[in-house]
Ligand binder design. Structure first.
Ligand code: GLP
Length: 241
């Protein structure tokens, strides 16, 4: 693991955007694994800026998002579909047919999960995966568990996650209880991974990810076994390292 500690959230966002932009310059048809949450918002804003100022090209990019809530419509402002369009896709020249986000309202959930994994495989796997981290060290929506879930699957969200994400909803009861998430194996098969975190409330999770024992009750700890992970954290998130 390479660890980059930045002075601020803004700096963390710039470093992350530079890595993504570098990836696209080197391989314009990269397959990107993308994350939601408040952490990568600044990174997306920087990527949009680079697209608008010097024409960073997304025309051949293929994207796969990590996760989606189950039961929210695409038009719901809290859906990850809505988030990704608002923060990135509506502002760059990515082709709509190259955007993939798990369908949170599928007719057949099992089929949807299988289809998602097959599609990622068919596109050659993920070149660069962007990750945030939950306070309980979840990645995507892979919650602490007794085993690492390999493939795309349905998740029952932890109370802690529901509480943490309720800041985006009017009431805590409005937060969906279930989600669909890419599995640990798919994430680990990405050729390169960047993990972003900012703020004191992520310090413990980052400690577990970097130095904790590798165990499924701290899902991000598995990243220690990957050969190309860059952890980009501000000094608050790095405060326990
Ligand atoms: C959410 C997402 C994760 C994200 C995490 C942290 O539940 N499923 O992909 O990394 O929680 O979110 P935030 O960046 O808002 O703290």
């Amino acid at each position: 693991m390479r660890i980059i500690v930045t002075d601020s959230y803004e700096e963390m966002s710039k470093v992350a955007a530079r890595i993504v932009a570098g990836q696209l310059y080197l391989k314009p048809n990269s397959v990107l694994g993308l994350a939601t949450g408040s952490t990568p918002e600044g990174m997306y804003a920087n990527l949009v800026k680079v697209h608008q100022s010097v024409g960073l090209d997304f025309s051949e990019v293929i994207s796969f998002n990590l996760d989606e809530y189950i039961g929210l419509d695409k038009e719901n402002e809290q859906s990850y579909y809505y988030f990704m369009h608002k923060h990135l896709f509506d502002h760059v020249n990515i082709k709509p047919e190259n955007i993939h986000i798990p369908n949170g309202n599928p007719e057949n959930l099992e089929e949807e999960c299988k289809k998602y994994d097959k599609l990622i495989e068919a596109k050659g796997g993920i070149d660069l995966q962007v990750l945030g981290i939950g306070q309980n060290a979840h990645i995507g929506f892979n919650e602490p568990d007794i085993k690492f879930e390999a493939t795309t699957h349905k998740v029952k969200l932890d109370e802690e996650t529901i509480k943490a994400n309720s800041r985006f909803f009017e009431n805590e009861e409005d937060v969906p209880k279930y989600a669909i998430s890419m599995g640990i194996k798919t994430i680990m098969l990405a050729k390169k991974i960047i993990l972003l975190a900012s703020g004191k409330n992520k310090a413990e999770a980052i400690y577990k990810a970097v130095y904790g024992s590798v165990r499924p009750d701290a899902p991000a700890s598995i990243l220690q076994l990957h050969q190309d992970v860059v952890v980009i954290v501000d000094k608050d998130a790095a405060s326990l390292l």
